[in-house]
Design a protein around this ligand. Structure first.
Ligand SMILES: NC(=O)c1ccc[n+]([C@@H]2O[C@H](COP(=O)([O-])OP(=O)(O)OC[C@H]3O[C@@H](n4cnc5c(N)ncnc54)[C@H](O)[C@@H]3O)[C@@H](O)[C@H]2O)c1
Length: 381
C-alpha cells in the first residue's frame, strides 16, 4: 500500500466556509483518519492555509495542526502543493484561480466559480491548456434530505413529474436592532454579492441533477432591505437583490418555481424545502428529512369550506423516507471526489464546466429580470 500526500493551498482560509466546512469538517478529519482509500493506496491531504491575516491564520493553523502562509506567490510556486482551493470572497476568485492555473495547480473552487459564465469559460480554457484538473463545490447534492429526494425521483415512483417548488430563506437582520448574520460583501455588487449569484448556483445543480435539464427561466427580484450596518458598524446601501422568484420550465415539460429570500420568516418544514409532484406521487425534502405521498394516500379534496376550518392535518398523508446510511458531511463528499480525481483520475461530475453552468443559470435569471422575458438556457454541452 502506498500513501500519496497531496498538498492543498486553502485560499481564504480564515473565512467562515473554509475554516469550518472545508477544513474542520472535511480536510482535517480525512487526514486524521489516515487519509482516503484509493484502490490499494491512501490519499492524505496536507492543507496549507493561505490568507492575509497572520494572527487568524496562526490560530486556525494551531487548532487543526496545519501549516499557513501569507505569501500566496511563495505557496503557488511550491511543488509540494499541487492543488489550489479557493474559498475567499467571491470577487477575488477569478484572479486567484487564474494565478493558480498559471502556476500549474489543479483547482477546486467554491461557488460561484466566476462572476460571469464568459469569465468561467476563460478559466476552463486556461485549465485545459495547462492540463490541470478542476472541480467545483456542489455541496447541496450531499444534503441527506436532497439525497433521499433524488433517489425517490430516480426510482420512478413519482410517475411523470409535472411540478416542483424550491423554497429557501430566512430573515437576515439589517444590523440596527440585531447584528446582521451574513458578511456585508453579500449585499454589495462590488463584493460579488447578490442573492441570485450567491444561491442560484446551488439551485441549478440541485434541480438539474434531480429532475433533468432546464429549458428556460423567468425571474423577478427586489431589494427588500436597502440599508444595512456592516461589520465595522457603518451604515451602507445595498445595491443587490435579497429577494427573488423564478419560474422554470424543464426540457421534460415540467414547470417549477424557486422562491429565495433574505426577507422572509420561516414557516415551512425546513430552511430549504424542495417538493416534486408527479402523476403517481409527491416527495418533499428539507435539509435532512424527506417525505413522500402517493395517490393512494392523497385526500380526495373536492372543495374548501368557507364557513369553518376542516381541521385536516395535511402532513398526516405523508411518510418519511428512511435513512440510507450514516451522515457524511457534504463538503467532505466533494473533497473525497476531488482528491480521488486528482490522485487516480476518477471521474469528477462537479467539474469547472458544471460550476460554469451554475453561473449561467444565475446569469439567465438576471437577464430575464433586466429584459422582462423568458430566457432560454443553453443546452447541456
Ligand atoms: N458552498 C456553500 O454553500 C457556500 C456557503 C458560504 C459561502 N460560500 C462561498 O465561499 C466564499 C466565502 O464565503 P464566506 O461565507 O466564507 O465569506 P467570509 O466573508 O466569511 O470569508 C471570505 C474570506 O475571504 C477572505 N478575503 C477577502 N478578500 C480577500 C482577498 N483580497 N484576498 C484573499 N482573501 C480575501 C476574507 O479574509 C475571508 O477569510 C464565497 O465565494 C461564497 O460564495 C459557499
Amino acid at each position: 500500500m502506498a500513501t500519496h500526500t497531496i498538498g492543498i493551498v486553502v485560499n481564504g482560509a480564515t473565512g467562515r466556509i473554509a475554516s469550518t466546512q472545508h477544513l474542520a469538517n472535511a480536510l482535517a478529519p480525512i487526514r486524521d483518519e489516515g487519509g482516503l482509500s484509493a484502490g490499494a493506496d491512501r490519499i492524505v491531504p496536507r492543507p496549507m492555509l493561505a490568507g492575509r491575516n497572520a494572527e487568524k491564520l496562526a490560530e486556525i493553523g494551531k487548532r487543526h495542526n496545519v501549516e499557513w502562509a501569507t505569501d500566496l506567490d511563495a505557496v503557488l510556486s511550491d511543488p509540494a502543493f499541487p492543488v489550489f482551493f479557493d474559498a475567499a470572497a467571491t470577487q477575488q476568485r477569478e484572479a486567484s484561480l487564474t494565478r493558480a492555473i498559471a502556476a500549474g495547480k489543479h483547482i477546486y473552487s467554491e461557488k460561484p466559480v466566476a462572476l460571469s459564465a464568459e469569465r468561467g469559460f476563460e478559466l476552463l480554457r486556461a485549465a485545459q491548456a495547462r492540463g490541470v484538473k478542476h472541480g467545483a463545490v456542489e455541496d447541496k447534492l450531499g444534503l441527506p434530505g436532497l439525497q433521499k429526494l433524488a433517489r425517490v425521483a430516480a426510482s420512478g415512483a413519482l410517475g411523470r413529474v409535472v411540478n416542483f417548488r424550491l423554497e429557501f430563506g430566512w430573515w437576515v437582520f439589517d444590523g440596527t436592532e440585531v447584528p446582521c448574520q451574513r458578511p456585508s460583501w453579500n449585499y454589495r455588487r462590488s463584493g460579488g454579492g447578490g442573492l441570485i449569484l450567491d444561491m442560484y448556483p446551488h439551485w441549478r445543480y440541485v434541480i438539474e441533477n434531480t429532475l433533468g435539464p432546464m429549458r428556460r427561466v423567468s425571474t423577478a427580484m427586489s431589494t427588500a432591505t436597502p440599508e444595512r450596518i456592516d461589520e465595522a458598524g457603518a451604515r451602507y446601501s445595498v445595491d443587490v437583490e435579497d429577494n427573488a422568484a423564478t419560474l422554470i420550465e424543464l426540457q421534460s415539460g415540467a414547470i417549477g418555481t424557486i422562491l429565495s429570500s433574505w426577507a422572509t420568516r420561516v414557516r415551512r418544514d425546513d430552511l430549504v424545502t424542495f417538493q416534486i409532484d408527479g402523476t403517481q406521487g409527491s416527495a418533499l425534502a428539507g435539509l435532512h428529512k424527506c417525505w413522500t405521498s402517493t395517490n393512494a394516500k392523497t385526500p380526495r379534496t373536492a372543495h374548501f369550506n368557507i364557513a369553518s376550518d376542516l381541521n385536516i392535518d395535511y402532513r398526516a398523508h405523508w411518510d418519511e423516507v428512511a435513512e440510507a446510511g450514516p451522515f457524511k458531511n457534504p463538503y467532505r463528499i466533494g473533497w473525497e471526489n476531488f482528491l480521488r480525481h486528482v490522485a487516480t483520475g476518477a471521474p469528477m461530475q462537479a467539474d469547472l464546466a458544471a460550476g460554469i453552468r451554475d453561473v449561467q443559470f444565475a446569469e439567465a435569471c438576471y437577464r430575464s429580470m433586466k429584459e422582462a422575458r423568458w430566457i432560454d438556457l443553453a443546452p447541456h454541452s
